[in-house]
Design a binder for this molecule. Structure first.
Ligand SMILES: NC(=O)c1ccc[n+]([C@@H]2O[C@H](COP(=O)([O-])OP(=O)(O)OC[C@H]3O[C@@H](n4cnc5c(N)ncnc54)[C@H](OP(=O)(O)O)[C@@H]3O)[C@@H](O)[C@H]2O)c1
Length: 315
């Protein structure tokens, strides 16, 4: 595994990271623990979770899986989503962040989080309040590095300016959606990240599973897939004519390049400038074992260009 520095930091992370929002849901506890162990055994060190995933179950199960193996993992979690009914049980206020970090640490059974990410922008809290709180958490040792998620370029650049002026810990990463089916971050987020030393850890590189090739135009989805459990929401979001045309073109490119469709999609995301790691979710050990193969798929510049061309409408 070739590790990469995350943003402008010394933290080394794998170019594929483990997505865990199926833990405690589509993946039961035993399967989820086996998936984490498979990831670590294969050299994947970045494990991404959030307090909100399955109401805290994802963090709890990761805590179990990391017993005795904590230092092998770069453990990344997030806060922002509502975790209770109260007005302070959400967002990026000092009160909520401090409560949320303590709750995450309890569920994860650890005394530090490697990367603490702001899950979304909070327009109702002054950015200074959030950043000072994060700086305090880094100082206390509860958090080692800080990042954000779903931030626009201007939002994290504004945050970096404040951190720099105040001498506070800075964001080293952002976590946006990115795949050939959604390249919007190429307009602004990626250039801002490259200019400012903020690495992108991207989610949905398989477009919810579309680039596994298991969903076909005019065919019923496989029985054990997310399209069945999520129903109309999944179908409306992903199973569109436009996306199926893209999948069909990508399938041709993969066949000509002699690699599988999921490997092409993941390796394409990993190869793009400014992208540090692609988060791949897995509800089964076999899925993860298959997806790890993307690390070996070295795409030629011509193959990358062809994917860029067939997905040009998605920028
Ligand atoms: N920051 C954010 O706001 C945000 C938002 C969303 C996600 N995320 C992160 O990104 C992670 C990845 O999300 P995701 O899992 O939805 O993204 P994804 O990588 O686009 O989709 C992966 C899904 O495709 C299916 N799959 C994967 N490999 C397969 C294989 N080899 N063969 C067949 N099916 C396969 C699995 O779904 P099924 O088996 O269920 O069909 C798997 O869960 C999440 O776990 C989370 O950590 C972050």
């Amino acid at each position: 595994m070739e590790y990469r520095n995350l943003g402008r930091s010394g933290l080394k992370v794998s170019p594929i990271s483990l997505g865990t929002n199926a833990f405690g849901g589509r993946a039961d506890e035993a399967t989820s623990i086996a998936v984490v162990h498979k990831a670590l055994d294969s050299g994947i060190n970045l494990i991404d979770t959030a307090d909100t995933y399955m109401g805290g179950e994802s963090e709890r199960i990761i805590g179990l899986a990391l017993q005795g193996r904590r230092t092998q993992a770069v453990l990344a979690t997030k806060g922002w989503f509502p975790m209770g009914e109260g007005p302070n049980d959400r967002g990026l206020s000092r009160k909520h962040i401090l409560d949320a970090v303590d709750a995450s640490l309890r569920r994860l059974q650890t005394d530090y989080i490697d990367l603490y990410q702001m899950h979304n922008w909070d327009p109702e809290t002054p950015l200074e309040e959030t950043l000072e709180t994060l700086n305090d958490l880094v100082g206390s040792g509860k958090v080692r590095y800080i990042g954000c998620s779903n931030f626009a370029g201007w939002q994290f650049v504004k945050a970096l300016g404040i951190s720099e002026r105040r001498g506070w810990a800075r964001f080293i990463s952002n976590q946006p959606e990115y795949s050939p089916a959604n390249r919007k971050i190429e307009r602004d987020v990626i250039p801002a990240g490259i200019a400012e030393g903020v690495g992108q850890i991207v989610y949905f590189p398989l477009a919810g599973g579309l680039f596994t090739g298991k969903y076909k135009r005019n065919e019923a989805p496989p029985e054990d897939s997310r399209a069945i459990t999520q129903g109309e929401r999944f179908k409306n979001r992903w199973m569109t004519d436009r996306n199926f045309t893209l999948v069909e073109r990508m399938t041709e490119i993969a066949a000509e390049a002699g690699i599988s469709l999921p490997h092409l999609a993941i390796a394409w995301a990993m190869a793009k400038p400014g992208i540090t790691s692609a988060i791949v979710g897995a509800s089964k050990v076999a899925q993860l074992a298959d997806n790890i193969g993307a690390c070996e798929a070295k795409l030629t510049p011509e193959v990358i260009k062809r994917v860029d061309e067939v997905s040009a409408d998605f920028v």
